[in-house]
Design a protein around this ligand. Structure first.
Ligand SMILES: O=P(O)(O)OC[C@H]1O[C@H](OP(=O)(O)OP(=O)(O)O)[C@H](O)[C@@H]1O
Ligand code: HPA
Length: 184
C-alpha cells in the first residue's frame, strides 16, 4: 500500500465519531423542512459547492418538495490540505444567475471565506438573492464573514471528515462526522 493510503487508514482508525449517520440524517430532515417552508415559491437554483457539498446537496435535494434547478460551483481553498489558503476557482456554473434566487449548498462552514466568496460571486453575476445552506457549522468561537441561512449541525472545532468533508482528498464517504486524532 502506498504511504498516503497507509496514512488515510491510520487517520480513519484513530478518528473519533462526533455525529452518527442517524444524527446527520435527522439534521438533514430539519434543514429540508425549513427550506421547504421558506423557498417553495422562489423558482430556486440550488448551487452545489463541489467537491465537499456533493453529499449535502445529494441528500438534501430529494427532501425538497418544490420545483427547482441545480448547478455546481467549485471554489477550493484547502486543496487536499488541512488548512486553507487562497481560493482557486475551478468550475463556475453554466446557468445564468441573473435575477435568480440561489441557494448555495456546502458541507462545512469553517472560517467562512469560501462561502463569502461564492455569495459575492453570485451577487456580482446578478442573482436576486444568494442564500446559504451548510450541513455543518464549525464552532470557532469568533465571528465569521458570513452567517448561513440554513444550518444542519453545529460541530466542534477539530479537523473533520465524513459526509463530504475530506482528509487529503479521502474519507468524504465516511457515514458520520469524525474528528481526526492529530488535531484532537
Ligand atoms: O469556511 P472555509 O474555511 O472557507 O472552508 C470551507 C470550505 O472548505 C472545503 O472546501 P475545500 O477548499 O477543501 O475544497 P473541496 O470542496 O474541493 O474539498 C469545504 O467544502 C468548504 O467549501
Ligand atoms: O474540518 C474540515 N474538514 C474537511 N474539510 C474542511 N474544510 C474546511 N474545514 C474542514
Amino acid at each position: 500500500m502506498n504511504r498516503l493510503l497507509e496514512e488515510i487508514r491510520l487517520v480513519e482508525q484513530q478518528a473519533l465519531l462526533l455525529h452518527s449517520e442517524a444524527e446527520v440524517e435527522a439534521a438533514l430532515d430539519r434543514m429540508a423542512e425549513r427550506i421547504n417552508r421558506t423557498l417553495a415559491d422562489s423558482d430556486l437554483l440550488v448551487l452545489c459547492v463541489i467537491n465537499g457539498g456533493i453529499i449535502a446537496a445529494g441528500k438534501l435535494l430529494p427532501r425538497l418538495d418544490f420545483p427547482l434547478t441545480v448547478d455546481s460551483i467549485h471554489a477550493s481553498r484547502y486543496r487536499n490540505a488541512t488548512s486553507g489558503s487562497d481560493i482557486h476557482w475551478l468550475y463556475k456554473p453554466t446557468t445564468s444567475l441573473a435575477g435568480r434566487s440561489v441557494l448555495i449548498v456546502d458541507d462545512i462552514l469553517d472560517e467562512g471565506h469560501t462561502l463569502q466568496a461564492i455569495v459575492d460571486y453570485c451577487l456580482a453575476q446578478g442573482a436576486r438573492q444568494a442564500l446559504t445552506a451548510v450541513l455543518f457549522d464549525k464552532q470557532l468561537g469568533r465571528e465569521k464573514p458570513v452567517k448561513p441561512d440554513f444550518v444542519g449541525l453545529s460541530v466542534a472545532n477539530h479537523y473533520l471528515f465524513g459526509y463530504g468533508m475530506d482528509y487529503k482528498g479521502y474519507l468524504r464517504n465516511a457515514p458520520g462526522v469524525y474528528a481526526c486524532k492529530e488535531v484532537l
